[in-house]
Design a protein around this ligand. Structure first.
Ligand code: B4P
Length: 181
């Protein structure tokens, strides 16, 4: 199964991706987690990503695409993957399409997590990550509307929309009920 998860910041993509990956036995590939791991190790990539993440902006496409490309060529991704938080821009979507085409592969579905702004703000304020301050959350929501939401039209033929308000368990069941078999 090759899946992409899309949704505004705090929609629960990371939370659901982890559960889905365990059930489907495929790797969970989160660009946010990859950036944070680089940040922790203080790699040049992490240092560069930090200033964008702290401002609520997207890390530049060249950097993000190169990182994902490398991750997707690791052996465990051959059996499938859950891409969490990638693609987030049109150039990222085009590069993913190119990469899959080179390998003769296709995405099985793109799952959109639908959740109102006020719910995500409450969730993120409760989490307390360094990019979870009110100003930065508002900026991330704006970036989502401007750069990421337009991608949903690009994936219209394989888009699954899931109501992401509810308990973590309820949402996982909704996703699995909606996935292609
Ligand atoms: P991400 O790490 O992708 O973070 P996110 O979108 O904010 O969170 P997510 O939707 O995964 O929410 P989560 O499950 O954690 O991005 C962070 C930054 O990295 C971006 O702003 C950007 O700078 C950079 N970046 C990442 N990908 C990029 C790309 N492709 N291109 C460029 N830059 C990129 O859940 C949030 C909270 O809600 C948690 O506390 C969780 O416990 C809680 N929660 C989850 N489900 C819940 C539920 N059902 N009920 C109640 N609480 C719930």
């Amino acid at each position: 199964m090759r899946l992409v998860l899309v949704g505004p910041p705090g929609a629960g993509k990371g939370t659901q991706a982890e559960r889905m990956a365990a059930r489907l036995d495929v790797p969970h590939i989160s660009t946010g987690d990859l950036f944070r791991a680089n940040l922790k190790e203080e790699t040049p990539l992490g240092v560069e990503a930090k200033r964008y993440m702290d401002a609520g902006d997207l890390v530049p496409d060249e950097v993000t695409v190169a990182m994902v490309r490398e991750r997707l060529t690791e052996p465990d991704a051959a059996k499938g993957f859950i891409l969490d938080g990638f693609p987030r821009t049109a150039p990222q979507a085009e590069s993913l399409a190119g990469l899959l085409e080179e390998q003769g592969l296709q995405l099985d579905a793109v799952v959109e997590f639908v959740v109102p702004d006020e719910v995500v703000v409450a969730r993120l304020m409760g989490r307390g990550r360094s990019d979870d301050t009110e100003d930065v959350i508002i900026r991330r929501q704006q970036v989502y509307r401007d750069d990421t939401a337009p991608l949903l039209a690009f994936y219209a033929d394989r888009l699954i929309r899931v109501d992401a308000v509810g308990t973590v368990e309820e949402i996982t069941e909704r996703v699995f009920d909606a996935l292609p078999t």
